[in-house]
Structure formats: C-alpha cells, structure tokens
Design a protein around this ligand. Structure first.
Ligand SMILES: C[C@](O)(C(=O)O)[C@H](CC(=O)O)C(=O)O
Ligand SMILES: [Mg+2]
Length: 294
C-alpha cells in the first residue's frame, strides 16, 4: 500500500529535526525543491493569493482556488505538502469540507488559524482574533473530519501580538487538548518566546521564518536549540523570483534585448533536466521510429 501524504509528513518530522518546509508556489518550483533535497513542501495562502490571483493576503481566495494549486504541486512531486488553510473558510461544516477536499487533493496536512474571517498576514499590525472557544471549535471540527487518520492538523495562533505570550501559550495548549498535531506560533519575536512555547507543549512547534516580518531570520541550529521542530520559509523563493522577473522585464524594456540578463536565467537544459524532458522526448522518438517501421 502506498503511504498517505500525512504519514510521510509525520515521518519527515521524526527524521529531520528541525524539518525545513519551503514554500513552492507552483508545480515546477516544487520539483526543484524536491530535486535539491528538501523533505517537505509548503503551499502559502499569501502565495496562492499573490501569485495565482494577483490579490493581497486578505482571505479573498477560496478553498477551490487553493485545492487547484495543491493538485498541481502534489501531481508533480512525491514530497508531503503542508497547506495554509487560513481560517478554514467558515464554520464547522466548511472546515470539515476543507479537511476532506485538501486530503483528496493530496495535501499532507494544513494549518488553521485563530484570526477572524477578515484575516491579514500574521506579520501585519491590528490583527483581530476569535475567542479561544471558537478556535478550539475550529480545531475540533478539523479533527473530527479526518478521512485519513494521518492528515496533519496544525493549529496556528496569532494571539501573541494582541494578548501576549501567556495567553498565546494557553490557547496553543487548548488547541492541543482539542486534538491539534502541532502548533504554529505566529509572529514570534525572540528565541526565548519559542522556548516558552516548546516547554509548555507536548506537540511539535513550527517557527515561521518569513522575511521582512516580525521574526528575526533565526537559523535552524538556533531554533532546534529552543526545541522548534519545523521551520517554515513560506515565500522566500517567491520573493526572489519576483525580483528576478522584475529585473528581466525592466532590462528588456530599457535595452531592447535581454542580453544583460541572460546570465541570470536558468538555461533551457537546466529547465529540461528538472522536468525530465529528455525521457519524454526519447519515448516520442521511439514511437515515431515504430511508426516509420510499419
Ligand atoms: C505564512 C503565511 O501565512 C503565508 O500565507 O505564507 C504568511 C507569510 C507572510 O505573509 O510572510 C503569514 O501570515 O505569516
Ligand atoms: Mg497565510
């Protein structure tokens, strides 16, 4: 029997401490991440909104929008994919549907957060969160809806900014009691705060090391030292790709050709290598040859 994505993800957490999760906003970047040796992938809600729809990360994309990107990525790689489910797209029935649909699309698990439906990026000011009871209900709805016992349910708390460390940890503990497999401690400022989360919790804790946010760019050794088990880089490659693309567009416009930026490009051969292009072409050649011999 093939292993479920959720089981693969659980094994990856055990085998890699901390486990790095890199954001892959499309199938091709996911293939590159897999090829260079990453063990787990992440589909960012901000990434789906920004890259696939040109929208800000304000809860404007739908479950179907995200599932489409999940299917594309899981169809192209064998790595487990953790998915950003934002607030779960509604009440208990919607959250249950999110679990089932994401499982069907091939996700290994998701994280669901305690922001109000009108959410924003976790590193922006003035976030509003729902009550602890409501967040616990979200987690319970997700846990009850599992169709694969290994589908990984991560509870994200955005409470630190508004309510402080003790309240955020208390929430996280309540989510664990409700069945969460892990805690995503959002917008944490210091290693000591991570240590406080990991000391208080019996499940793995994820650190979101997103750039230009509230959290310093701690490295894996520092984070492992305070007991963090997963480290997330949700938009790192996306940000770099964007800057590279902008540079190319500007250069073509300014110079009338692309010569100045060719060196910054992945070559055709490199692209084909990641795509296994040549194995397809060999097959095509042999089919053509068979046709001619008839
Ligand atoms: C992790 C995150 O939820 C995402 O959608 O990728 C974002 C990342 C970001 O905006 O930098 C977040 O809210 O932290
Ligand atoms: Mg998000």
């Amino acid at each position: 029997m093939t292993q479920s994505a959720g089981l693969k993800f659980r094994q990856a957490i055990q085998a890699n401490q901390p486990l790095q999760l890199v954001g892959t906003i499309n199938a091709y970047t996911a293939m590159m991440a897999e090829r260079v040796g990453h063990k787990a992938l992440y589909l960012s809600g901000a990434g789906v909104a920004n890259a696939s729809f040109g929208l800000p990360d304000l809860g404007m994309t739908s479950l179907n929008d995200v599932c489409e990107d999940i299917r594309r990525i899981t169809g192209a790689t064998n790595l487990p994919l953790l998915v950003d489910a934002d607030t779960g797209w509604g009440g208990a029935f919607n959250i249950a549907r999110t679990v089932r649909e994401m499982t069907r699309a091939g996700a290994a698990g998701f994280h669901i957060e305690d922001q109000v439906m009108q959410k924003r990026c976790g590193h922006r000011p003035n976030k509003e969160i729902v009550s602890q009871e409501e967040m616990v209900d979200r987690v319970k709805a997700a846990v009850d809806a599992r169709t694969d016992a290994n589908f990984f349910i991560m509870a994200r708390t955005d409470a630190l900014q508004q309510q402080g460390l003790d309240a955020a940890i208390e929430r996280a503990q309540a989510c664990v009691e409700a069945g969460a497999d892990a805690i995503f401690a959002e917008a944490v400022y210091t290693l000591e705060q991570y240590q406080a989360f990991t000391n208080a919790l019996s499940v793995p804790v994820l650190a979101n090391i997103t750039e230009f946010g509230q959290t310093p760019l701690f490295n894996t050794a520092e984070l492992a030292g305070v007991g963090v088990k997963m480290v997330l880089y949700p938009l790192s490659a996306f940000r770099a790709m964007n800057k590279a693309a902008l540079n190319v567009y500007q250069s073509i416009l300014a110079n009338g050709d692309q010569k100045a930026v060719v060196d910054s490009m992945q070559t055709r051969m490199e692209l084909y290598d990641f795509l296994n292009y040549h194995s397809y072409e060999e097959k095509l050649d042999s089919l053509f040859a068979q046709g001619k011999n008839k």
